[in-house]
Design a protein around this ligand. Structure first.
Ligand code: FMN
Length: 409
């Protein structure tokens, strides 16, 4: 049986009890523009908010008097047992949160035995990340240029990375007005405003900014291409997103025929895309709106999940990300049929606050919430978490039949 105690003495940061506490603490540590880069969404942040509020529209109908003394949140995927149905989503430019942040995420996921996706926009070479966590998956921002894609896949094969996650919601750059207001741009420019922001956060300035410059120089997009990429301060011809708007389903078909490893598509929101991806033979898909960071006014990923699942054969696992902050969110997504969920911001907040122990604490909080809520729902294992345990809060069940006294009375 796993423990519901999330305050074990060996845990650092045990005074931080919930993911929200890490967000508040991260806000203090990080310069405003960096914190907002993490927290923010696009335009009016409608989708960012919807990702959270969607979970509140559905509540649980827990069962009682079930023997839940022996319970587990272990999940099996592709013949491997993971300790929990939570993984770390790809998060680019994490090097501005902590020096070597990608490496910390890789190490902590390896230790916790949960999935980890290397971002195509990450700053630590994927070869090193794959050594730190040999089960790392790689997320690609592929251009519609098969020669470029082949170079990356060759590099992945050489690094023994077996799973590609192709992000399909980023054909053009998003309208992130919050970043523009804070003068935070990629390529990164040291404007007076950003400089002021940095010097008013001296701990970050020393521990992250200065340390990074001294130890490894200006961070680079080391994993976006088949070879080392540009510095985050450098402009590239056509911009680093060049050619992404040409990527099509034909390219996915071609990639499927070329890539012998596992292929996952990330950013599926429409049931028709789910059907197409399944027909092409992907190994899994992630229902995601990029954490509200691409198309604003997209529906929440939680709302999109049931219709996506309806289009996909049971042999193809469906994952979800977007707005997961509590164990109860995880269990709601699983009740609707998700196999696993991923988180982007929470573990970056963990890294900001406490480097590896901070990330560990965030993962532990989620796992202990999952464990406790499994028990309170009357479930011993994840497969017991069925849709029957959910109810739309705004739409009470109206099929009340006074002759039906339920199966337990
Ligand atoms: C700072 C940051 C950077 C991100 N970078 C990437 C990326 O490089 N590739 C990608 O596919 N998604 C990226 N995402 C989106 C996440 O993978 C994920 O879809 C999203 O964060 C999930 O929402 P959550 O943050 O509410 O958990 C990023 C998200 C954040 C917050």
């Amino acid at each position: 049986m796993s423990s519901t105690d999330n305050t074990t003495p060996c845990d650092a940061y045990d005074h931080l009890l919930a993911v929200k506490d890490f967000e508040v603490a991260a806000k203090k540590f990080l310069p405003h523009c960096v914190f907002e880069y993490l927290r923010g969404g696009t335009e009016d942040e409608v989708t960012l908010c919807a990702n959270r509020s969607a979970f509140d529209l559905v509540g649980f109908r827990p069962r009682g008097l079930c023997d839940v003394s022996e319970r587990t949140q272990v999940v099996e995927l592709w013949g491997k047992q993971y300790a929990s149905p939570i993984g770390i989503a790809p998060t680019g430019v994490a090097g501005i949160v902590r020096h070597d942040c990608d490496a910390m995420l890789a190490q902590e996921t390896a230790q916790a035995n949960v999935p980890f996706i290397i971002s195509g926009a990450s700053n630590v070479p994927l070869e090193r990340l794959a050594r730190l966590n040999p089960d790392s998956w790689y997320q690609g921002y592929f251009p519609g240029d098969r020669e470029q894609i082949s170079k990356i896949t060759q590099r992945l094969t050489a690094a023994s990375i077996n799973t590609i996650v192709l992000t399909i919601d980023t054909c053009v750059g998003a309208n992130r007005e919050n970043n523009m207001r804070n003068h935070f741009t990629i390529p990164f420019k040291l404007s007076p405003r950003v400089l002021f922001d940095g010097v008013t956060h001296p701990t970050w300035l020393i521990q992250v900014f200065a340390r990074t410059l001294i130890k490894s120089g200006v961070p680079r997009f080391v994993n976006m291409y088949g070879e080392n990429g540009p510095m985050i301060t450098e402009s590239t011809p056509g911009g680093f997103r060049a050619g992404r708007d040409r990527l099509s389903w034909e390219d996915l078909k071609w990639l499927r025929s070329q890539w012998k490893g596992r292929l996952v598509v990330k950013g599926v929101m429409h049931p028709a895309d789910a059907k197409l991806a399944a027909e092409i033979g992907v190994d899994a898909m992630i229902v995601s709106n990029h954490g509200g960071r691409q198309l604003d006014a997209a529906i929440s990923s939680f709302q999109a999940l049931p219709e996506v699942i309806a289009q996909v054969p049971a042999s193809i696992p469906v994952f979800l990300d977007g707005g997961i902050r509590r164990g109860s969110d995880v269990l709601k997504a699983l009740a609707l049929g998700a196999k696993l969920v991923f988180m982007g911001r929470p573990t970056l907040y963990g890294a900001a606050v406490g480097e590896r122990p901070g990330i560990r604490r965030v993962l532990n909080i989620l796992m202990s919430e999952i464990d406790r809520n499994l028990a309170l729902l009357g479930c011993r294992q994840l497969s017991d978490v069925s849709p029957d345990l959910l109810q739309y809060i705004s739409a009470p069940r109206i099929n009340i039949d006074i002759n039906n006294k339920g199966d337990n009375r």
